[in-house]
Design a binder for this molecule. Structure first.
Ligand SMILES: Nc1ncnc2c1ncn2[C@@H]1O[C@H](COP(=O)(O)OP(=O)(O)OP(=O)(O)O)[C@@H](O)[C@H]1O
Length: 246
């Protein structure tokens, strides 16, 4: 089911060159979409339009799913504790059992200081965890995550991957941005690259490499320009190359 669709979406700030020009994107339930692109290519702009926080200058956005949005930097300014803040948000938006759910999410993400930690004193990565818990609290139909991995430690990386997969499995649509295309490939069923205001499928920029060693087999998604380097490292470590799919 299509949750939201961008039709020929354009966005300009002031009189400068448009940041987005003619972007088409369909987000379906049960689908994870990754967006990659260089700094300033317009990824956050596109996510804000998807989350209906910002309006496009041209084109249209069709669909109004319930949405959880995590900005690239969570504004952690309140004196409240993480759990009290989330419980409060849950109460005003009518989420049943918000307190318990918030506590469970914060514990799962291993918030430093626990669910009772005051938000204002949190580090960037820990504040990001509160932002994630907030977005997930009401189990929205659409989850929009702006660079959700930035600032997270490896354990939280793993939990975030699980949370994205769980959202997908309950039928939510997930759209995230990432700087590392390999990270995007691991978590998304489809990956698009934003460049010069245009969105294109990034599928052909990644190769699948299948390696074998002593009965073990592993399959890697490798950016095309790094294939030679990865193969060389693998051969040096005693792996044999079974297949390279470009
Ligand atoms: N509110 C704004 N007013 C004016 N220009 C803006 C505004 N927001 C973004 N821009 C400009 O739009 C362009 C795209 O910014 P955006 O934040 O969407 O890129 P991004 O791909 O998310 O970048 P990064 O990877 O660095 O987070 C940049 O040139 C930025 O300066």
């Amino acid at each position: 089911m299509t949750l939201v669709r961008l039709d020929r979406v354009g966005k300009s700030y002031g009189r400068g060159r448009p940041v987005l020009s003619g972007v088409d994107l369909e987000v379906r339930g049960g689908q994870v979409t990754g967006l990659v692109g260089t700094n300033g290519s317009g990824k956050s702009t596109l996510l804000r339009i998807l989350a209906r926080i910002s309006e496009p200058t041209s084109g249209s956005v069709v669909g109004t799913p319930s949405t959880g949005y995590v900005p690239d930097r969570f504004p952690a300014s309140t004196r409240m504790s993480a759990v009290a803040y989330l419980r409060h948000l849950g109460r005003i938006s009518g989420v049943p059992g918000a307190g318990q759910r918030a506590e469970a999410l914060l514990e799962r993400l291993a918030l430093e200081g626990g669910p009772g930690a005051p938000i204002r004193r949190l580090s960037k990565g820990n504040a990001q965890k509160v932002g994630l818990a907030q977005a997930l609290l009401a189990e929205p139909e659409l989850l929009v995550l702006d660079e959700p991995w930035s600032g997270l430690d490896p354990a939280a990386h793993g939990v975030l991957g699980e949370l994205i997969a769980e959202a997908r499995d309950r039928g939510a649509g997930v759209v995230f941005t990432a700087h590392d295309e390999r990270v995007a490939r691991v978590h998304a069923g489809q990956v698009f690259r934003l460049a010069d205001g245009v969105l294109r499928e990034a599928a052909d920029s990644v190769a699948r490499v299948v390696l074998c060693r002593d009965g073990d087999r592993k399959e890697l998604a490798v950016p095309s320009e790094q294939v030679d380097e990865v193969l060389l490292d693998a051969l040096r470590s005693g792996w044999s190359v079974r297949e390279v799919r470009r």
